[in-house]
Ligand binder design. Structure first.
Ligand SMILES: NC(=O)c1ccc[n+]([C@@H]2O[C@H](COP(=O)([O-])OP(=O)(O)OC[C@H]3O[C@@H](n4cnc5c(N)ncnc54)[C@H](O)[C@@H]3O)[C@@H](O)[C@H]2O)c1
Length: 267
């Protein structure tokens, strides 16, 4: 997509975390389609990262799988270094890895006062410290390059609140606040920092199961709270991520953009 592409990424190298499936996978593929020079595909699960890297290579764009836990700073440093050695300096960083950590699904918990304090850490480890770790490792290279784009995928649970998801909501709100502060530090180096806030994205499942799920009472109830009456799709998020990584968004920093079908409105 070289030529008149408003979202042309000019051959820059991207690192997308948690990109082995769903939203992160779609972001990685979309950046590749918009002329990224290479994609470092991170996932805690190596096989997933390798499969997505192979999909990107099939598009004719260089890609490497870099498997690490974003909550482990030493491993993050090693991954950013390996990505730069294989592909060149990372100037696009999309912090997508999230939820309840590498081995856990997010789900409604008990009410906060009944939650086990020992259970809070896993939300912060991935959704907050994971973002901080990746930014800490990648920003020096961006400053050296005199350009950079940082995007964090957060949640409307953190922006407008969601019952029985308080630790997750707190960790996502912390990431958005972190990105705002970082924007103020990095702007003078040509680096922008923004967040994208999601509502429910349809989980990855086979077409038949997805149809059955969408027709269930639970899904219909949930979707009735959206102005656009459907679940989000990974492609909805990937478009915004590509935009924020592109030169078209050069004057946008420190913002949180809801991509949520009108579940809540930003003012
Ligand atoms: N799906 C939703 O409804 C929804 C809603 C709001 C926000 N979000 C956010 O969007 C992002 C993507 O969500 P998704 O639904 O595509 O997730 P997903 O669970 O489908 O995929 C996440 C991928 O990240 C990997 N991962 C998890 N923790 C990791 C870690 N610590 N280090 C490295 N890799 C890790 C997993 O192995 C998995 O392959 C997350 O930040 C999530 O919190 C999702």
């Amino acid at each position: 997509m070289i030529g008149d592409d408003l979202l042309d990424l000019g051959g820059q190298v991207a690192l997308v975390t948690g990109a082995g499936q769903s939203v992160g996978r779609e972001i990685a593929l979309t950046l590749a389609k918009h002329n990224a020079g290479g994609i470092a595909v991170n996932d805690f699960v190596l096989e997933r990262a390798a499969a997505v890297a192979a999909e990107i290579e099939a598009l004719g764009v260089r890609a490497v799988p870099v498997s690490f836990d974003v909550g482990d700073l030493e491993a993050v440093r090693g991954g950013v270094k390996a990505a730069a050695e294989s592909l060149g300096p990372v100037t696009l960083l999309v912090n997508n890895a999230g939820n309840a950590g590498p081995n856990a699904q997010i789900g409604l918990g008990p009410e906060f006062w009944e939650s086990d304090p020992g259970d809070w850490d896993r939300f912060f480890r991935t959704n907050t410290f994971g973002v901080m770790n990746c930014c800490h490792a990648a920003i020096p290279g961006m400053i050296q390059a005199g350009r950079g784009r940082i995007v964090a995928i957060v949640s409307d649970a953190g922006r407008v609140g969601e019952a029985r998801l308080a630790p997750y909501a707190a960790a996502k709100a912390a990431a958005a606040g972190f990105v705002r502060a970082l924007a103020k530090e990095t702007g003078r180096y040509g680096v922008t920092c923004n967040a994208i806030s999601l509502s429910a994205v349809a989980p990855p499942m086979e077409a038949e199961k997805a149809r059955a799920f969408e027709e269930s009472d639970q899904a219909r109830r949930q979707v009735s709270r959206y102005v656009i009456r459907r679940f989000g799709r990974p492609s909805d998020v990937a478009g915004m991520a590509a935009f924020l990584c592109s030169d078209a968004a050069a004057f946008i920093t420190g913002q949180t953009y809801p991509v949520n079908g009108g579940y809540s409105f930003a003012v």
